[in-house]
Design a protein around this ligand. Structure first.
Ligand SMILES: [Zn+2]
Length: 352
């Protein structure tokens, strides 16, 4: 027999909201920082991942990009991140945000840029190897860097269209605007262009303390998003909630990150629990595992348990991660068959 905590840890999982750089091992970050002569944000390695809020975290997150100087670094990080997530939380499928703009314009003077094609080719090579060796499927979502201009975002989408990869299926976002806001409408032209070319769309909205439910509405109605990252403010406006329910919008939530970026306690009054109870299509992810000292197993084992979520709901969350994924129907069918078989075996072992 197994405890409920072990059950949650062992459940097969997808992850739809995950930034590739954040799947780095802390030891790899430190090794590559030394090699690349990058000064990390603190000398105190014990406190490397202690962030007071979202803005503080984002500073560290940008610096972490600087340690990745060569395509081989991206390939290594991609592979290691899958191996860890399989061991820590039975990961079966993942979607990654990759931001080519960081590598095209390195912050450190004199560092050679990596092109869009170099970045994507390297990351995909690492993820393909992980798929062959560990059986974990994946897709890539190119992330618009919100610190850059609206025009730069349009250029990025043009680059995606000019250099298509079968693994790259959509656009999303990372970071915040230079004013530390979400401002989804700033990137409307990039999203419109992506939509015209059949790219799927998701956006980071409704997360920050200053965000409003209207950001969620704008992402759905103006940007044409099929899925939302975070989206917690959806609960502040019944009309926006009704819109999200009617359109069947997926919400890729990240429980542990809300304790740092929003200062929320993981308990049954948490917004993610309220979103699930309201009937929204909620899945669970780590967002930035290394920085938040979390992993997919912990999100379920600690996060879901602290929010008072039962086994039936936990399984539904895992399946929602398949339903709202950006992969094709055949891959979804195979994932559902795999998950259903594993659920049966785990249900039989769960102590009741
Ligand atoms: Zn994110």
């Amino acid at each position: 027999m197994i405890s409920y905590a072990d059950y949650l840890q062992l459940l097969p999982k997808t992850e739809l909201h995950c930034h590739l750089v954040s799947t780095m091992r802390p030891a790899t970050l430190q090794e590559l920082a030394l090699r690349s002569s990058v000064e990390l944000w603190t000398d105190d390695t014990d406190r490397l991942f202690e962030f007071g809020d979202l803005v503080e975290f984002l500073h560290g997150w940008r610096v972490a990009h600087e340690v990745l100087r060569r395509p081989a670094d991206l390939e290594r990080v991609a592979w290691e991140g899958v191996a860890d997530a399989v061991a820590e939380g039975n990961l079966r499928y993942r979607e990654y945000y990759i931001n080519p703009q960081y590598f095209a314009h390195p912050a450190t003077p004199g560092v050679a840029p990596m092109s869009y094609v170099e970045v994507l080719t390297a990351a995909i090579a690492g993820l393909r190897r992980a798929e062959r060796e560990l059986g974990v499927g994946f897709r890539v979502i190119v992330a618009i860097n919100r610190r850059e201009s609206a025009e730069a975002a349009v250029d990025l989408v043009r680059e995606m269209i000019a250099h298509p990869f079968p693994e790259v299926v959509g656009i999303g976002q990372d970071d915040l605007t230079p004013e530390n806001t979400e401002d989804p409408l700033r990137f409307a032209a990039a999203y419109a262009l992506a939509g015209e070319h059949g790219l799927l769309r998701t956006a980071h909205v409704g997360e920050t303390p200053s965000a409003s439910p209207h950001n969620v509405r704008d992402a759905i109605e103006v940007l044409g998003c099929d899925r939302i990252d975070h989206g917690y403010r959806v609960m502040d406006d019944p009309a926006v909630l009704a819109l999200a329910l009617e359109r069947g919008i997926g919400f890729a939530t990240t429980p542990v990150s809300t304790t740092i970026c929003s200062g929320w306690v993981l308990d049954p009054a948490h917004r993610i629990r309220a979103m699930i109870d309201a009937g929204l299509a909620v899945s669970v992810s780590t967002d930035d595992a290394m920085f938040f000292r979390t992993d997919l197993g912990r999100e379920y084992r600690e996060g879901l348990r602290a929010m008072g979520i039962d086994a039936e709901t936990a399984k539904r969350i895992a399946l929602t991660g398949i339903d709202t994924a950006f992969c094709d129907d055949e891959q979804k069918r195979m994932l559902r068959a795999d998950f259903t078989a594993q659920f049966l075996a785990l249900d039989a072992l769960l102590e009741r």
